[in-house]
Design a protein around this ligand. Structure first.
Ligand code: ADP
Ligand code: MG
Length: 227
């Protein structure tokens, strides 16, 4: 699904954010990406989702070399990736259903299809019946589920989540991770960046660890996930 070969990223005005990173996430695999704040987790996800380009190295996404992609190919490939953020980035003046259907609206689907698919996505994340609510009237955990429903509306083969439980208490965090688990069981590859080691310990998934931009443990050699 994702293959990094000697990938480095140096931002214009800073030191190296990622240094010679190699790893492979297989299709239908679910894994965590951890490390201190500033270790490069978000940068790694941005390289996969084509929000940033690598300075050197090669990134293969589902068989396509995306290291130097430009222009029209980018939105096309992004459609195959669901992105989930800590702050879920919902539109507060739109209903839950409108938020979830937004990616399809942008792609020009008709109203009927958008509504049908949005309702199905809400069902999948356990928010049946909440479509006409406004995000402000939902709990933090429910708001994050709306963000997840929006991310999966295109049925992407790959889900990337950047600190998806950062604003949630431990119980809600586990619920959100259980939701990722069920999406993974339905066939999606899932990569979750988090610095919450307690949460990771509860889940027993492969854990990749970054330290100051270096992949010090890719989770395959029986490392201890310390950083
Ligand atoms: P993490 O998500 O693990 O906290 P980041 O990927 O956000 O780490 O950051 C890694 C390093 O890259 C940090 O030193 C950060 O300051 C730097 N960095 C991140 N984004 C940018 C940017 N857009 N421009 C310059 N430096 C950045
Ligand atoms: Mg980050």
């Amino acid at each position: 699904m994702i293959l990094f070969e000697g990938v480095s990223k140096v931002y214009a005005d800073s030191q190296t954010a990622l240094s010679q990173v190699d790893f492979h996430l297989k299709q239908k695999e679910m894994a965590f990406l951890t490390g201190h704040s500033g270790s490069g987790k978000s940068t790694l996800l941005k390289l996969v989702s084509l929000m940033e380009r690598p300075t050197t190295g090669r990134i293969i996404l589902n068989g396509n070399d995306i290291s130097h992609l430009k222009g029209n190919d980018i939105p096309y490939l992004r459609r195959h990736i669901g992105m989930i953020f800590q702050d879920h980035r919902l539109l507060m003046n739109r209903t839950v259903l409108e938020n979830v259907g937004l990616p399809l609206l942008i792609e020009g689907y008709n109203r009927h299809e958008i509504k049908k698919r949005s309702l199905a996505a809400l069902d999948k994340v356990g928010l049946t019946g909440k479509g006409n609510s406004f995000p402000i009237n939902l709990s933090g955990g429910e708001q994050q589920r709306v963000g997840i429903a929006r991310a999966i509306i295109n049925k992407p083969p790959l889900l990337l989540a950047d600190e998806p439980t950062g604003n949630l208490d431990p119980k809600l965090s586990v619920e959100i991770l259980n939701l990722f688990e069920s999406l993974n069981q339905s066939g999606m590859s899932v990569l979750i960046a988090t610095h919450d080691l307690g949460l990771i310990a509860k889940m027993r998934y492969r854990t990749l660890t970054l330290r100051e931009g270096e992949m010090i443990d890719d989770g395959l050699l029986g490392g201890r996930n310390e950083y």
